[in-house]
Design a protein around this ligand. Structure first.
Ligand code: GLU
Length: 506
């Protein structure tokens, strides 16, 4: 029988979710949806030293913003909970016991100092079949002494007993077969008595098993852990239901070699986090895609193509289309360059597809922050619609369309020099008269009348129109002049011309 597809995104709440983690979550979600499966969000918080307050909420908010819907998780609940590892201690304790009883794991008391000494004495020291016989553990101490030490309250760890010399094969859906020899693995710590918590490896595979995860889709950085995980499944007798693995390629720097880092973003001016992050310890603020003016649809589309291709040349794909087209077979093995300019391009394209009313809703808070209030939604929507063609980010709508909401304070010097001469004030006075006489300010009508006046007077078309623009916009930029004056109240247009006549001195 085909197994039900169940995937999980399993972040550790150690800080803001990096954009690479977002891509992992996205691929899991798309894969689940494309197979009618379930998407689990599991919080892997077994390393209490690295816990960061606010990180879990940040993960939830980021996924929600991007439209990555969780079927089972801490907030959503579900039949396989709890979904937070720190609430599953009993489960891990029981599984550690199972391995100990079966002789597949052992207890070790080596202190940090002893381990340091061993590392200093043996180059490339590894706690494994060749060294464990010389260390302080239940294999060398025997049962009674081990029990005595535990009863006396000595701290210990549980280590996985790895048999050397075995070929271990990971069948990766993206990379194919990856085989290593078990001798290169060390006896990984699975559990620490000091905080009564398992390590990542044990908790991760126990939960994947109990939560009936069918596919583990995660970043390439976890590939080295996979052989150990294969051996753990085997030790528990779960090989038959072991999930399939798919390790996603690294996200690479936009320029140069190596892994994408926050520094690349700082240097080149793009965020590496989905939402703005306020570090609770340092107070440092890191930029987020949302706050920088990206649309979630654009970020999703951009990320989906970093490591996967649809097999044809489609670029613009919404979530539904991605779900319809996605397959792990089209994921690449080689790293994906983080082409942030492509991200901007996607955002531009999605801004064009967004209804003007929605753009207005996004623009409104930016206007309010500048104290620009009192405009109807319809006015704001039409203004946004007129300037969106020049916008890559939501903030560009304000930058490009500011004049719709406030009269210019200054006039672009270069344009003044070029377009405002001694006779301009007189011509602008005349223009005011012409405008006052127009009842129907719709674009085509006003244009016809104004152009007829310019022609009749034999004025220079470019100079008059650009002076007009300078007075209303503050610079020679912006959409079609008569589209602007169709939207803006006529009294405002006239007031701005008057103001320019007063303020611009040549
Ligand atoms: N907790 C790990 C992380 O932070 C999970 C890795 C995995 O998916 O197995 O990414």
């Amino acid at each position: 029988m085909e197994r039900k597809v169940r995937v999980r995104f399993a972040p550790s709440p150690t800080g803001p979710l990096h954009i690479g983690g977002v891509r992992t979550a996205l691929y899991n979600y798309i894969f689940a949806r494309s197979h009618g499966g379930d998407m689990i969000l599991r919080i892997e918080d077994t390393d209490s030293r690295r816990f960061v307050p606010g990180a879990e909420e940040y993960i939830n908010d980021s996924l929600a913003w991007l439209g990555i819907k969780i079927d089972e998780g801490v907030r959503e609940g579900g039949a396989f909970g709890p979904y937070k590892q720190s609430e599953r201690r009993d489960i891990y304790r029981e599984h550690v016991r199972t391995l100990l009883d079966a002789g597949k794991a052992y207890i070790a008391f080596d202190t940090p100092e002893e381990l340091d000494a061993a590392r200093a004495a043996t180059p490339n020291f590894q706690y494994d079949a060749t060294t464990r016989g010389n260390m302080t553990n239940s294999l060398t101490l025997g049962k009674e002494e081990t029990e005595r030490r535990i009863a006396a309250g000595e701290q210990y760890v549980v280590r996985f007993l790895i048999e050397p010399g075995r070929e271990v094969t990971v069948n990766d859906l993206i990379r194919g077969e990856v085989t290593i020899n078990s001798s290169i693995l060390d006896d990984k710590v699975l559990y620490k008595s000091a905080d009564d918590l398992p390590t990542y490896h044990l908790a991760n595979i126990v939960d994947d098993h109990l939560m009936e995860v069918s596919h583990v889709i995660r970043g390439e950085e976890w590939l080295p852990s996979a052989p150990l995980h294969v051996l753990l499944y085997e030790a528990f007798g779960w090989s038959d239901t072991m999930p399939e693995f798919a390790h996603l390629p690294l996200l690479l720097k936009p320029v140069g070699n190596g892994k994408l880092s926050k520094r690349d973003g700082d240097k080149l001016g793009f965020p590496v986090f989905p939402l703005e992050w306020h570090d609770p310890a340092s107070g440092e603020v890191s930029a987020g895609y949302r706050e920088n003016g990206y649309l979630p649809e654009a970020v999703v589309n951009f990320l989906a193509l970093l490591g996967w291709n649809p097999g044809d040349d489609s670029e613009m794909m919404d979530m539904e289309t991605l779900i319809a087209k996605f397959s792990l077979a089209h994921c690449s093995r080689s790293g994906a360059k983080f082409d942030y300019k492509k991200g901007l391009w996607f955002n531009h394209e999605y801004l064009q597809l967004t209804p003007d009313a929605q753009l207005a809703a996004l623009l409104k808070p930016l206007l309010e922050a500048k104290g620009l209030t009192g405009f109807t939604d319809e006015y704001t929507a039409r203004a946004a619609g007129m300037v969106k063609g020049r916008a890559n980010l939501i903030g560009d709508l304000l930058e490009q369309g500011d004049f719709f909401f406030a009269a210019p304070e200054t006039y672009a010097e270069k344009d003044v020099r070029k377009r405002w001469s001694e006779e301009t004030p007189r011509i602008m006075e005349e223009l005011i008269g012409v405008l006052e006489g127009i009842d129907d300010m719709t674009s085509a009508n006003a244009e016809k009348i104004v152009l007829a006046w310019i022609e009749e007077k034999g004025y220079h078309l470019g100079n008059v129109m650009n002076a007009f623009r300078l007075a209303v916009v503050g610079a020679c930029r912006g959409p079609h002049m008569f589209d602007i004056t169709e939207l803006m109240p006529k009294e405002e247009v006239i007031a701005r011309i008057r103001r320019a006549i007063e303020k611009i001195n040549v």
